[in-house]
Design a binder for this molecule. Structure first.
Ligand code: PMT
Length: 400
C-alpha cells in the first residue's frame, strides 16, 4: 500500500498533494496580478506582506454540494491588513471568498449592516421630489466613514492592496505556493503573515465522489455504480463496495500536509520573515503547541491565540529572548465580543505552570479613555519592529 501524504517527507508530500488536484482556474490571472504588484513594489523598495485570511473549505464531492468549513470570518486578517497599510507596507490579501475585507469590513459584517449607516436626506427645498432625495451617511458616522473611505481610496489609488480570493484548501495551497515564489525578488522585504484557518484534514481527489452524495434511495431503474441503498453506510468515497449497515455518512479524511515546512525551506524568498498563527481552545496547550510549531518549522514567529480570547490577547513565541511575550488590550479598552469569554484572559499564561495570581504582562491600563481598540493595532507595530530588525541583520550579513 502506498504511504498516505501525511506520512511522507515534505518535498514528496508536496508533489503528491499538488498532483492530486488541477490548479485553480483563477491561478494564472492571480499570478499575473501578483507578478506586476511585486515588480512595482520591488522598484519602490517597499516592504510587502502576504496576509492570509479566513477559513478554507474541504469539499466532499468533486462537483461540490457539501463541504466542511470552519469558524473563521477573516477578522484577524482583514484588520491586520489595514494596520500593515498604515505602516507603509503593500499588502497581498489572500482571503477566503466573501470573508471580511480590509476597510469594507467596517460595514459588511452582519452586526455592522451598511444600511444602518445610511439615511434619506431631508429635502432642502419645496421643489425637491421627496421620492428622489439623496441618500446620505448618518451624521454620527460621518467622521469614521470619511476616515475609512480616505484610507481605502489611498490604498487603491496607490496600488497598495491586492485582493486574491480562494475557497477550498487546495486552492489556498496552490495560491500560497505561487505567491511565495513570485515574492522572491522582494528578498528580506517580504513578510508572510499566515492568519488563515487552514483545514488540517481533506479527502484526496482520488477518493472523492464525483457527484452529490445521496441521502435517500435511488430507484432501481436509476442504478449505477455510485447508487447506494438506504440501508448502507455511504462513505462519500469512490469505494467499490460501501459497507452494509445503518444509514450514515462516514467520512474518511487524510491529514493535509503542513506546508509551513516547504514555505520556510523552499518557496519563500531568502531572508524573508515567516509568521504563523497557532489557534487552540485549551489554555493549558497554547504555549506548548506554539513553541513546538516554532521548533518544528524553524521560522521566525508564532502568534498564539485562544478562540475565546483572541480579540484581547495573543502570545508572541520567538526563537530569541524573551521567547514568550504576551500582548494584551488593556481591560478598559477591550471591545465587546459576542463569542469572547473575558474571564479566560490570562489563563493560558497562568496555566502554563506559573503560580502568580494574574497574567504577568497585563498591559498597563492607565489609558482609560473607554474607546475599544483592536488588538491588531498593537500586534502589527510590534511585528513591524521585528521585521525591521531582520531586514537590518540580513543587510549587514550580506555586506559581509
Ligand atoms: O478570522 P478570525 O475569526 O479573526 O480568527 C482568526 C484566527 C483565530 C483564525 C487566526 O488568528 C489564527 O489563529 N489562524 C491560524 C489558525 C490555524 O490554522 O491554526 P493551526 O494550528 O491549525 O495551524 C498553524 C499554522 O500551520 C497556520 O499558520 C497554518 O497556516 C499552517 N498550516 C495549517 C494547516 C496546514 N495543512 N498547513 C499549514 O501550513
Amino acid at each position: 500500500m502506498s504511504p498516505s501524504i501525511g506520512d511522507m517527507e515534505p518535498a514528496e508530500a508536496e508533489s503528491a498533494y499538488f498532483n492530486e488536484y488541477p490548479p485553480p482556474k483563477a491561478l494564472p490571472k492571480h499570478e499575473a496580478l501578483a507578478r506586476a504588484f511585486v515588480e512595482r513594489h520591488v522598484e519602490a523598495n517597499r516592504r510587502v506582506v502576504l496576509v492570509t485570511s479566513g477559513g478554507t473549505t474541504v469539499p466532499l464531492e468533486a462537483q461540490t454540494v457539501r463541504f466542511i468549513d470552519n469558524f473563521s470570518a477573516g477578522t484577524r486578517g482583514a484588520t491586520s491588513a489595514e494596520y500593515f497599510l498604515e505602516q507603509g507596507y503593500a499588502v497581498i490579501f489572500l482571503h477566503r471568498q466573501y470573508s471580511l475585507l480590509p476597510y469594507s469590513r467596517h460595514y459588511s459584517h452582519s452586526t455592522n449592516c451598511f444600511l444602518d449607516f445610511m439615511d434619506e436626506a431631508a429635502p432642502t427645498s419645496d421643489s425637491e421630489n421627496p421620492d428622489h432625495g439623496r441618500i446620505v451617511v448618518r451624521s454620527e458616522y460621518q467622521d469614521q466613514m470619511r476616515d475609512v473611505l480616505r484610507k481605502y481610496r489611498y490604498a487603491k489609488q496607490n496600488n497598495l492592496l491586492l485582493l486574491l480570493p480562494f475557497t477550498t484548501v487546495s486552492e489556498y495551497m496552490f495560491e500560497l505556493r505561487s505567491l511565495a515564489k513570485l515574492m522572491r525578488p522582494l528578498g528580506s522585504n517580504a513578510l508572510f503573515y499566515l492568519a488563515a484557518a487552514v483545514s488540517d484534514f481533506f479527502i484526496p481527489r482520488s477518493r472523492m465522489a464525483e457527484h452529490k452524495i445521496q441521502s435517500s434511495e435511488i430507484p432501481a431503474n436509476f442504478s449505477d455504480d455510485e447508487a447506494v441503498g438506504s440501508n448502507d453506510i455511504y462513505t462519500g468515497e469512490n469505494a467499490p463496495e460501501p459497507p452494509k449497515a445503518g444509514k450514515k455518512l462516514v467520512i474518511n479524511l487524510d491529514p493535509v500536509p503542513k506546508f509551513l515546512h516547504r514555505l520556510v525551506d523552499g518557496w519563500a524568498p531568502e531572508g524573508s520573515m515567516v509568521v504563523s498563527f497557532k489557534l487552540e481552545t485549551d489554555p493549558s496547550l497554547l504555549v506548548y503547541k506554539a513553541k513546538t510549531a516554532l521548533q518544528r518549522y524553524s521560522h521566525h514567529l508564532v502568534i498564539g491565540n485562544l478562540l475565546s480570547t483572541r480579540k484581547w490577547e495573543v502570545v508572541f513565541i520567538t526563537p530569541d529572548p524573551p521567547h514568550e511575550r504576551w500582548i494584551r488590550v488593556p481591560k478598559a479598552r477591550r471591545s465587546k465580543s459576542i463569542s469572547g469569554v473575558e474571564d479566560q484572559v490570562g489563563l493560558a499564561e497562568i496555566k502554563k505552570g506559573r503560580d502568580g495570581s494574574g497574567p504577568e504582562s497585563e498591559n498597563p491600563s492607565s489609558d482609560t479613555s473607554g474607546d475599544g481598540i483592536e488588538i491588531e493595532s498593537i500586534i502589527i507595530p510590534e511585528l513591524v519592529k521585528l521585521h525591521g530588525n531582520m531586514i537590518h541583520k540580513h543587510t549587514e550579513a550580506s555586506r559581509g
